[in-house]
Ligand binder design. Structure first.
Ligand code: S3P
Length: 428
């Protein structure tokens, strides 16, 4: 589908960003192997989370979607999953594939997991390698580095493992496997990555300790818990950047997750000089949330890298957009992980923003953007990547004329109502 978006006169309104995708995956996966029933309120309607639900249903878990985004999960307990009759399909979702691989490696049956073309090209060796050290039997295409994956589950044992990349998907896969393993699983992270799995495991009664960069999990049974999922800061970030770069904007984002392992975009926007306020801070189902407000701002370029990167990894295309119109130069470093996302997001971001008049160059691990450019409408392509599709939609709001975004339906992967919300914010 091609979406056409015109320059917006003003951006005004209030939005509840869609339910957090990362927390939704974990809420349904962990409750599926817990004892008891759980009601998950505001479960994500995103394509990625539907893939997780379908996989769990194929493993025999009773999950009932209800009106208004509620999900009822009948926990199957630790021994309750069944061998799936067919290949499990994680579709576009690496979170589904990687976390489920950890879970399936510890079951007493065989499973095969595949995904769409993008997911089948993404690195899976990072999960297979440590799971094999735990005793797992897993094979994959391309010398055991790509899906489809064949997983012959069995009894695992804990390991002490230093993660080679700050990946919450990898960390969570090992924690899922560790729940079922003999002995402790000890994981060290090179830098903090999103900690939703640790928070939920703790809330559900697992024996888990986090001390500095080290997580220690003992084999545990989980108790099902009811949860309300916060709004997704990665989706809210679209409107934060839209509001900051538009000359006449005021946008409020209600009930948005501000977990410190995810809120790097707030830090970067503040560093760039954005007019951003955070209010009504509270805790929702063990996760910090707040209402955010952004107004038109005059931004300046920044240099970012190191520990900040995992805290805003999915928002870097938006940082690039903000940098394109900010005063001065922006440098993004240490972000080589972007090359193995749904697309090579370094190359795709630079390519598409350049079509609109941005002055951006690729670095092996990031990009350099010379700001102060006036963007103009162009014919752009999402490359089938949801984050790219939506970033380009936001860019179009400040570009002269009209922008066409090809494969705009990719937004459904994380934010199915994105194009409607865009229209609503521009209507005022
Ligand atoms: C996610 C972790 C990140 C992130 C992805 C969601 C998660 O990926 O980019 O969108 O829910 O655990 P990595 O674990 O590959 O860094």
């Amino acid at each position: 589908m091609k979406q056409r978006v015109k320059n917006a006169r003003a951006l005004e309104g209030e939005i509840y960003p869609p339910s957090d995708k990362s927390i939704s995956h974990r809420a349904v996966i962990l409750n599926s192997v817990a004892n008891g029933n759980a009601r998950i309120v505001n479960f994500s309607q995103a394509g990625d989370c539907s893939a997780t639900v379908a996989c769990l249903q194929a493993l025999g878990v009773k999950i009932e979607p209800c009106v208004g985004g509620e999900l009822l999960v009948q926990g199957a307990g630790k021994e309750g999953l069944n061998e799936p009759e067919d290949v499990l399909n994680a579709e576009n979702s690496a979170t589904t594939m990687r976390i489920l691989t950890g879970l399936l490696a510890a079951q007493s049956f065989l499973s095969v997991v595949t995904g769409d073309r993008s997911l089948r090209s993404r690195p899976m060796g990072r999960v297979i390698k440590p799971l094999r050290l735990m005793g797992a039997r897993i094979w994959g295409r391309h010398d055991d580095t790509r899906a489809p994956l064949v997983i012959q589950g069995g009894q695992l044992h804990g390991i002490h493992y230093q993660l080679p990349v700050a990946s919450a998907q990898l960390k969570s896969a090992l924690l899922l496997a560790g729940l079922f393993s003999r002995g402790d699983t000890i994981i060290q992270e090179p830098m903090p990555s999103r900690d939703h799995t640790e928070r939920l495991l703790n809330a559900m009664g697992a024996e888990i300790k986090v001390s500095g960069d080290t997580i220690t999990l003992s084999p545990s049974s989980l108790d099902a818990i009811d949860l309300t999922i916060p709004g997704d800061i990665s989706s809210a970030a679209l409107w934060l950047v839209a509001g900051a770069v538009h000359h006449q904007a005021r946008i409020r984002l209600l009930s948005t997750g501000i977990n410190p392992t995810r809120s790097g975009i707030l830090d970067v926007l503040r560093l760039m000089g954005a007019d951003l306020t955070v209010s009504n801070e509270r805790v929702l189902s063990g996760e910090p949330v707040a209402d955010l407000e952004v107004r038109s701002s005059s931004l300046t370029g920044v240099e970012i890298g190191g520990e900040l990167i995992p805290r805003l990894i999915d928002e870097i295309p938006l940082v690039a957009l903000a940098a394109s119109v900010a005063h001065g130069k922006t440098v993004v470093k240490d972000a080589e992980e972007l090359r193995v996302k749904e697309t090579d997001r370094i190359s795709a971001t630079v390519k598409e923003l350049s079509k609109m008049g941005a002055d951006a160059k690729e670095l092996p691990d990031g990009m350099i953007i010379y700001g102060g450019k006036k963007l103009h409408g162009a014919s752009c392509d999402s490359h089938g990547d949801h984050r790219l599709a939506m970033m380009l939609g936001v860019a179009a709001l400040i570009a002269d004329g009209e922008t066409e975004i090809d494969k705009s339906e990719a937004a459904d992967i994380s934010y199915p109502t994105f194009w409607d919300d865009l229209e609503r914010l521009t209507a005022g």
